[in-house]
Design a protein around this ligand. Structure first.
Ligand code: 6R9
Length: 655
């Protein structure tokens, strides 16, 4: 195994009360003890946490019910609460002038603060609009909006009246939007005239109009004005947001919701089939989001929390909207991209707003690393305490770059492993307690009883130094309860593959110290001559080469070895891609870092890789191209740039 086992201790600064607020968990022993308690005594542990972090209009008596065998998970059964009350009212009542949202607009000079008092009025008004248009508890509302404060208001207005929101990332095509609106039979769509991103204009309303040609369930569209562009409005269906809210009261009583009433659905793609509407319920989800903001980001009152994800993904749901607001935090909503107007944008944002927790994806870190260290220099990043990553394994090169250049060695790095379905982090370090290893998501969060299973027999692999598939033995509050309108698919995808367990779909190793290393989706595991390799491991080796900016490694069928490795490589700017010596060097690099058996059989030097808009590599597409199945690539509309595919097909054909 080529994992770097060097332990990076908790930076001393975080444990020095003169420099930082006292972390909630201060030592590995304390983490161990709390984790043990959360597993052995979940009723007590989560009962206490749910009372401490959430406000209930009616208390619960039963903490936990159901199991993974029956797929009938329920938490805090008799309890009643409203998510919008928890995220807005209680903080607005305590301190209406506290800033809830820092909106960092696409153009840096246009940022704006929204207080909890203002947020409450906006949420109530929009909730009134939804009601006036006939939306009731249990209805589904689609949100297709750019990263503007009204998008967050939209989430909370739905939650206030008990309507389920289905947020569709505003980069999705009209067809993808149509499929999702149809699947959930949404009655109303919240959208905007246009969007702004990286200086470019996005035709949001046009895309909605196109999608709605085939969505008979939609009766109403409420259009927020982001740019003020002259967009067509359909009589009787489309209404301006500003006109509508101006008619509504500034206060609307929140609907009483049961703990297990659905809060939202969010579509996510699996390896096969149409996207699934993952369903989350009110109390458990909210508790998971709030508890991880508290413990994983070590959130303290006064902190400025900045998650760079889009609200269209689960990371935005949990760590821009629900988690921070549930704790009454100030949360940053970033409309732009890391390179607009320059690659210093993130660092300017941190310095400008004195951000304390910063959360982004390895793909962004790699992209910025590729552009050089100079962009980070000269910005005051001293407010930072915790730097998070999410979405994919972080290769040690990127981890070190983040730690050295952004964190200056004085911040905690939290590599948070979780999924749309888990609702909140499930394997992650805690800033004041867990020494980190670059590339390892480290240890299970509270309530997560992790298991590594033999993929074939399903038997649990106990002890350390084991590799298998990652599963969870017992339910935790924020695990998804169902797939919208398709509970059978929920059972089949997550609970039936290994009966009694929640199956993550990821491979993982527990190393000699009990640390968890995520190996990528199990469909990305490559087996070469019986050696099990993770694509991430090989990619990590390749990216250590000074010429390499980004890589994607896949397994291809091989007559002799079962599978062999093909590596797609994007070079850093200015590196010539015509050299055959470079391919040799790269193969040597992998041989050196992992071993001869891991050496790629083929290297393709390419300009770009197929990625989703959230930055995930679509290895499935590369596998198909290599397998000569370019005519059955499936849906490529979710790619950030679908034209990449043609270029790759030509490249592979020529080689
Ligand atoms: C939150 C989110 C989930 C999949 C997951 C895994 C990968 C996420 C990771 C990670 C390694 C991490 N993943 N975080 N892999 N280390 N820290 O990304 O949700 O979009 O549903 O993706 O992403 O493969 O199964 P989602």
């Amino acid at each position: 195994m080529s994992d770097d086992n060097t332990l990076f201790p908790v930076p001393a600064r975080l444990l020095d009360p003169a420099q930082c607020p006292e972390p909630y968990v201060k030592s590995y022993e304390q983490y161990k003890e709390m984790h043990r308690e959360s597993i052995e005594n979940p009723d007590q542990f989560f009962g206490k946490l749910a009372t401490e972090l959430l406000s209930w209009s009616k208390p619960f008596h039963t903490v936990r019910h159901g199991d993974f065998e029956h797929g009938n998970i329920a938490w805090f059964l008799e309890g009643e609460l409203n998510a919008s009350y928890n995220c807005v009212d209680r903080h607005a009542l305590a301190d209406p002038n506290k800033v809830a949202i820092i909106y960092e607009a696409d153009e840096p000079n246009q940022s704006e603060n929204i207080t909890y008092g203002e947020l409450l009025r906006k949420v109530c008004q929009l909730a009134g609009v939804l009601r006036a248009h006939g939306i009731r508890k249990g209805d589904t509302v689609a949100i297709y909006m750019p990263m503007i404060p009204e998008a967050m208001v939209a989430f909370l207005a739905c939650a206030r009246i008990g309507a389920l929101h289905s947020v569709i990332f505003a980069g999705f095509s009209s067809e993808a939007l149509r499929d999702r609106v149809q699947d959930a039979s949404c009655r109303l769509v919240l959208t905007s005239d246009q969007g702004k991103r990286g200086g470019k204009t996005v035709e949001t309303k046009k895309i909605v109009d196109e999608a709605l040609k085939a969505c008979p369930s939609v009766e109403t569209v409420i259009v927020c004005q982001r740019t003020g562009a002259d967009v067509p409005m359909k009589e009787g269906r489309d209404f301006w947001w500003s006109d509508e809210v101006s008619k509504r009261c500034n206060y609307l009583t929140p609907e009483t919701m049961h703990a297990e009433d659905p809060l939202f659905l969010l579509y996510t793609s699996g390896s096969t089939g149409s996207p699934k509407g993952v369903l989350h319920t009110t109390a458990g989800y909210l508790l998971g989001a709030a508890a991880t903001v508290k413990y994983v980001f070590d959130y303290h009152p006064g902190d400025i929390f900045a998650c760079m994800a889009d609200v269209g993904w689960i990371t935005g749901h949990s760590y821009i909207v629900y988690g921070p607001l549930a704790l009454g935090a100030t949360t940053v909503l970033f409309e732009s991209i890391p390179t607009y107007p320059t690659p210093a944008r993130y660092w300017e944002l941190i310095a400008k707003h004195k951000v304390t927790q910063f959360y982004t994806a390895p793909t962004a870190i790699r992209a910025l690393r590729r552009l050089g260290d100079d962009w980070v220099k000269g910005h005051d990043l001293s407010s930072l305490r915790v730097l998070g990553t999410v979405g994919e394994p972080i290769n040690p090169e990127a981890w070190h770059w983040y730690n050295d250049n952004v964190g200056k060695g004085r911040c905690a790095i939290v590599d948070t492993y979780w999924q749309t379905e888990t609702g909140s982090h499930i394997v992650t370090p805690l800033p004041g307690a867990i020494a980190t290893k670059p590339g390892s998501a480290t240890v299970p969060f509270f309530g997560i009883d992790i298991a590594i299973l033999d993929p074939v027999t399903g038997k649990e692999l106990v002890g350390n130094n084991v590799t298998g598939v990652l599963a969870v033995k017992k339910s935790w509050p924020s695990v998804a309860r169902s797939v919208y309108n398709n509970h059978q698919r929920y059972m089949e995808t997550y609970l039936k593959p290994y009966p009694g367990y929640y199956f993550t779909g990821d491979g993982a190793t527990r190393d000699k110290d009990g640390y968890i290393w995520i190996r990528g989706r199990v469909d990305d595991v490559i087996n070469v001559s019986g050696h099990r390799l993770s694509t991430a491991e090989i990619e990590s080796a390749l990216i250590m080469h000074h010429s390499v900016a980004e890589t994607a490694v896949i397994g291809a069928a091989d007559d002799v070895t079962g599978q062999c490795i093909h590596a797609f490589i994007c070079l850093k700017p200015g590196v010539s891609n015509h050299s055959t010596d470079l391919s040799k060097e790269l193969i040597l690099q992998v041989r050196k870092v992992i071993g001869p058996f891991a050496a790629p059989k083929k290297i393709y030097l390419v300009e770009d890789l197929p990625k989703t808009r959230s930055g995930k590599l679509m290895r499935r597409i590369l596998r198909k191209i290599i397998a000569g199945e370019s005519d059955s690539l499936g849906d490529i509309s979710t790619l950030a740039d679908p034209s990449v595919v043609e270029v790759l097909i030509a490249k592979v054909a020529k080689s």
